[in-house]
Design a protein around this ligand. Structure first.
Ligand code: ABU
Length: 531
């Protein structure tokens, strides 16, 4: 039974019929506020929920606990040990709801666990979490100052700070927080097109010539997706070659632009990546900016992943030239550890977002309000309702200061270097690229004994391709760590380890390698006998 002091209403005339009940009756959600005298029940419910959440937070950081308790979709779908996803006709009691909350966390993935290496966004920042709770409690909308006065100003302060860190002057800079890096990149293409062809807003694509945009072979798929969504067409995205390290080759960009022009197309936009998704590579921003300048093209820098390095005096040099960008994507929910989601599109030219997107809905953006309506920023966006993504970041910044983020970033890159050094020493692993990681991505293969002396070639590749998925499957079933893998270009499946979780220590990096070797050894014996 729950330690809830239960005060139950039996009828809709509570002043008369309020009855204090014993443990024979567990409360229903009707007993929570706004029910009259529901304060104690509500408080008890919240306290119990906080206990559940706090115990989950503690467990997330405990190395002896699992990262995940994996079940296949069909197992979760049918329900496990009283955890049912089905929606009832009759209300469940609060005790059951708390059990449902517990189970939801139990069967999920602890992305804050020090041995969760699977995603670019990881970690569980306690202040950020508190910020998210407050945000949900406020339950408001970012479209107008009248309903979000404090959050709108916090967004302005954060955007200004980030623009300053990027290196833009005081008279430059605009932006919004939006739902993820893909949306931020989409904004960049939308704005670039509008900047060169403002008639597109009313006349559509039929009024425009054939537009071409450029991005590297290692860039994020959201650039192609943006072209598809915006009616430009994914075939009008020219994929520029990269070097072995995954960096765009500027000469290839130059010749692609010239070729597109010769074909009668109109190049308008180049995306350069600062921190590619898989290799963590940084495109040469200054060289790309020179090319954009000489051809009059919009330069966007997708620093969704790499933007966090701007916080580090040691590592920000890798983004040299970012200040020349016309727009920048930067996701604090990645390297800065803000809870999901928290992504900004920064735009150098002030007023462009407003001009491009505003439709002046009179029911929301009245111009005769009694305050400065330039703070009704909602019409800058392509959304109407917009979640408050800024408070948690603002609160984290207050709690850590810029220096706190700096040491967090430095630590993640030290972990990457530690892993890189370990991998170099081991005969059972092979690095995908031999040079020191620029970001916190480290890419490698586990090489089973039978492949160690096998000459390179299709047969070795065919076998090696199977190794990472098999090890990952086993790892997820046992649940003690989690790491991603993928093929890329001519490289067969390899592991990508990324560090963005401040809880991860070098002992976790060492553990990961031992775990892969242990699981790989077992699995690979079977692969080898099967072949
Ligand atoms: N580009 C979204 C993040 C992908 C990842 O976590 O690997």
């Amino acid at each position: 039974a729950l330690p809830l002091r239960v005060c139950i209403k039996d009828t809709w005339e509570p002043e008369i019929f309020l009855i204090e009940r014993g443990p024979d009756r567990v409360p229903l959600c009707l007993d929570l506020l706004p029910a009259l005298s529901g304060e104690d029940t509500t408080k008890g419910f919240f306290q119990e929920l906080v206990n559940i959440l706090f115990s989950y937070v503690c467990k997330s950081f405990r190395r002896s606990s699992k990262v995940l308790d994996f079940h296949h979709p069909h197992q979760l779908r049918v329900g496990l040990e009283g955890f049912s996803l089905e929606l009832p006709d009759q209300p469940e009691n609060l005790e059951q709801l708390l059990v449902d909350c517990k189970d939801t966390l139990k069967y999920g993935v602890k992305t804050g666990h020090p041995r969760f290496f699977n995603q670019l966004s990881s970690g569980l920042d306690v202040i950020g979490l508190a910020g998210e709770w407050l945000t949900s409690t406020a339950n408001t909308n970012m479209f107008t100052y009248e309903v979000s006065p404090v959050f709108i100003l916090m967004e302005e302060v954060l955007l200004r700070k980030m623009q300053e860190i990027v290196g833009w002057s005081e008279v430059e800079g605009d932006g919004v927080f939006c739902p993820g890096g893909t949306m931020s990149n989409l904004y960049s293409v939308l704005l670039a097109r509008y900047h060169f062809f403002p008639e597109v807003k009313t006349k559509g694509m039929t009024a425009l010539p054939r537009l071409i945009l450029f991005t590297s072979a290692h860039s994020h798929y959201s650039v192609k997706k943006s072209a598809a969504v915006l009616g430009i067409g994914s075939e009008n995205v020219v994929v520029v070659k990269c070097n072995d390290r995954g960096k765009m080759i500027p000469a290839e960009l130059e010749s692609s632009i010239v070729t597109a022009k010769d074909q009668g197309c109109v190049p308008f936009y180049v995306n350069a990546t600062a921190g590619t998704t898989v290799y963590g590579a940084f495109d040469p921003l200054n060289a790309i900016a020179d090319i954009c300048e000489s051809h009059g093209l919009w330069l966007h820098v997708d620093a969704a992943w790499g933007g966090g390095l701007l916080m580090s005096k040691l590592h920000r040099v890798k983004l040299q030239g970012i200040e020349r960008a016309w727009s920048v994507t930067w996701n604090p929910h990645k390297m800065m550890g803000a809870p999901l989601q928290c992504s900004a599109i920064l735009v150098k030219k002030r007023g462009l977002l407003q001009d491009c997107n505003q439709l002046c809905a009179e029911y929301l953006f009245q111009t005769d309000k009694h305050y400065d309506t330039s703070y009704d920023t909602g019409d800058k966006t392509i959304q109407c309702g917009r979640h408050v993504d800024v408070f948690k970041l603002w609160l984290m910044w207050k709690a850590k200061g810029s220096e706190g983020f700096e040491s967090q970033v430095n630590k993640c890159l030290e972990n990457a270097e530690h892993l890189f050094d370990k991998l170099k020493e081991r005969p059972d692993f092979e690095l995908v690229f031999k040079s020191k990681p620029e970001h916190s991505n480290v890419c490698f293969w586990y090489i089973p004994p039978s492949l160690r002396n096998m000459p390179p070639g299709p047969e070795r590749n065919r076998r090696l391709h199977e190794v990472a998925p098999k090890i990952k499957a086993k790892m997820m079933e046992q649940g003690m760590a989690m790491i991603g893998y993928q093929p890329l270009g001519d490289k067969v499946n390899f592991f990508r380890c990324v560090f963005s979780n401040p809880a991860t220590q070098t002992e976790d990096v060492d553990y990961l390698l031992e775990e892969i070797a242990r699981l790989g050894h077992d699995i690979c014996i079977r692969i080898e006998t099967d072949l």
